[in-house]
Ligand binder design. Structure first.
Ligand code: KIV
Length: 271
């Protein structure tokens, strides 16, 4: 029986039930009202207002420059569009690392000013104090391990993480620590499929993968990537469901042609 089909509003509790029922969780990113409306209508379980907005919406090379105010702007646009999905909002770089008091006030601003339902934070044991403080205010937290793009300058590259035993063991310990502190789910990004499946087996909270194989409890993709709007990003883990880049280009060319030739607007399109 499907847990999610009968649900009017997806909550963290529903996601937990889906894991126990073996029902896969679907998550996509969303950054604006119009796109979020379509994603929610399609019946997605979770919309992540990802700090990937820094790349796909603002054109930055990394996720580091996006600000708390900008994340709140994107998140509030998404929240206004959504009836059913759980809306999770990324805490941006610099808004939670190293200072749990500041982490709490950043999370409170996100919840109060955007109306989002939960926050996501990158990191393991090194940010437990911040996570714990946020949880005490009743704000649900999703973890994020493996490739954590906010630490790109520490890693140096976007290659697959935790291929070596040391890093894999640390990742498993981190996942257990996030579960123990009270996170409701964890994103695992770009790690070996076997390791991700092991984590999904060993922890009782939902594990959502991106480039982490099929043995996890759900999947997430960046919506611009899966629609093929961005034609410069082609990692192995990405399945493109459309080539919107090409289709939009054709439409824009046709519009330019129609205006230049005087074909648009015609009589029916005029008052
Ligand atoms: O910001 C984002 O889009 C993310 C996903 C890639 C999980 O964190």
């Amino acid at each position: 029986m499907s847990v999610h089909k009968n649900v009017k509003k997806v909550t963290t509790h529903v996601l937990q039930e889906m894991k126990h029922a073996g029902e896969k969780i679907t998550m996509l990113t969303g950054y604006d009202f119009s796109m979020a409306r379509i994603i929610d209508t399609a019946g997605i379980d979770v919309i992540l207002v990802g700090d990937s907005a820094s790349n796909v919406m603002s054109g930055h090379e990394t996720t580091l420059p996006i600000t708390l105010n900008e994340m709140i702007y994107h998140a509030s646009s998404v929240v206004r569009a959504v009836d059913r999905a759980l809306v999770v909002v990324d805490m941006p770089f610099g808004s939670y690392q190293g200072n749990s008091k500041e982490a709490l006030s950043s999370a409170i601003r996100i919840m109060k000013e955007s109306g989002g339902h939960a926050v996501k934070m990158e990191g393991g044991q090194e940010i437990l104090e911040s996570i714990s403080r946020i949880l005490t205010a009743g704000i649900p937290v999703m973890g994020h391990l493996g490739l954590t793009p906010q630490s790109i300058y520490k890693f140096g590259t976007y290659v697959v993480r935790a291929k070596e035993q040391d890093e894999a063991s640390r990742l498993i310990e981190d996942a257990k620590a996030l579960e123990d502190v009270g996170c409701f789910a964890i994103v695992l990004e770009k790690i070996p499929a076997e390791l991700a499946a092991q984590v999904a087996k060993e922890v009782n909270i939902p594990i959502i993968g991106i480039g982490a194989g099929v043995g996890v409890d759900g999947q997430v993709l960046v919506v611009h990537d899966m629609l093929g709007i961005n034609n410069e990003f082609n990692p192995r883990f990405l399945r493109k469901y459309h080539n919107l880049y090409q289709e939009m280009l054709v439409s824009f060319h046709r519009y330019i042609e129609d205006v230049k030739t005087g074909d648009f607007p015609n009589q029916d399109e005029s008052y």
